[in-house]
Design a binder for this molecule. Sequence first.
Ligand code: AN7
Length: 351
Amino acid sequence: MISGVLERYKDFLPVNSNTPLISIGEGDTPLVKSSHLGNKIGCRSLFFKLEGCNPTGSFKDRGMVVAVAKAIEKGFDSIACASTGNTSASAAAYGAHCGLRTTLIVPKGNVARGKLAQAVAYGAHIAMVDGSFDDALEIVQELCDKHSIELVNSINPNRIEGQKTAAFEIIDDLGDAPDALFIPVGNAGNITAYWKGFKEFFDIGRSSILPVLNGYQALGAAPIVNGAPVADPKTVASAIRIGNPASWQSAVRARDESNGVIAAVSDEEILSAYRLVAEYEGIFCEPASAASIAGLLKQVEDGADYSEKIIVCVLTGNGLKDPDVANEIVPASLGEYKAELGSVEQALTKS
Ligand code: AN7
């Protein structure tokens, strides 16, 4: 039997006797030790937190399960969110699981194909708007203010509560907090949540150190790095194509309190990391997730010494979410051959 985030961490979550302990198997994701990449860059204890193993394929499920449980507890029968794709897929799944009406506001042409397919399959009501994620977030806030609908974006504090459980799991798996964590930053809820989780376990003695948090935005969508909102964010990593993050201030606090950085990586660096982790580790993450690895590679290139450090890169979403990117960037090697051993052998000796 699965237990899920609510059951497993109820002592640390806003759970009371009226909170339904719903679950579709979120959390308890693998922390995998690097097989090659770590050695290649001189970082012997490099781990990947595979959040793509959550039921809808991203870390969003940890927070969504808490937000939806609290919505039900409060008597809502309807939830809504704006999304670059993963939040909407997760909301739609938990909405379906719990018999709620789910409304999604998504930026037209900006959501990866797999994520949209999920939302459609789960039966959500979807409005594509001719604008950015930031426009969609404003609209959904107005919608929820006006109607009796629970907003399940990460401005809902229950989302952050749920997402902090990933930090708990890392500490439980390693026996202590890592020295440093690398994480992609979009709307900035997740870096906020990790910091909260790390601090809570540190405060009760479950870890002896606090990690340095290193957040990475995409260069064309780097409002926190620039210190100003980006009106027209651009990046191949559609999940983090966000110009005005809702959790901006708390992300800056996480950065400063942990002595970390929030910096930017280019699309080229993101795609290079995306390929490296697939080819060297057998881990297929989505482009936004690879921003964490791109950030680590950049720091190492710039001379950071992580040889004796324990490092965790958070891989926030599954590569299958966005198959178009892989198909576009990997050189076409899908030749067609006659269905006979001879021509196949010939083809294989060529490559
Ligand atoms: C794979 O789904 O904002 O900094 O609407 O899907 O907590 O926003 C997704 C964000 C990183 C950034 N990796 O996390 C949405 C959405 C993946 C993501 C992020 C997202 P935050």
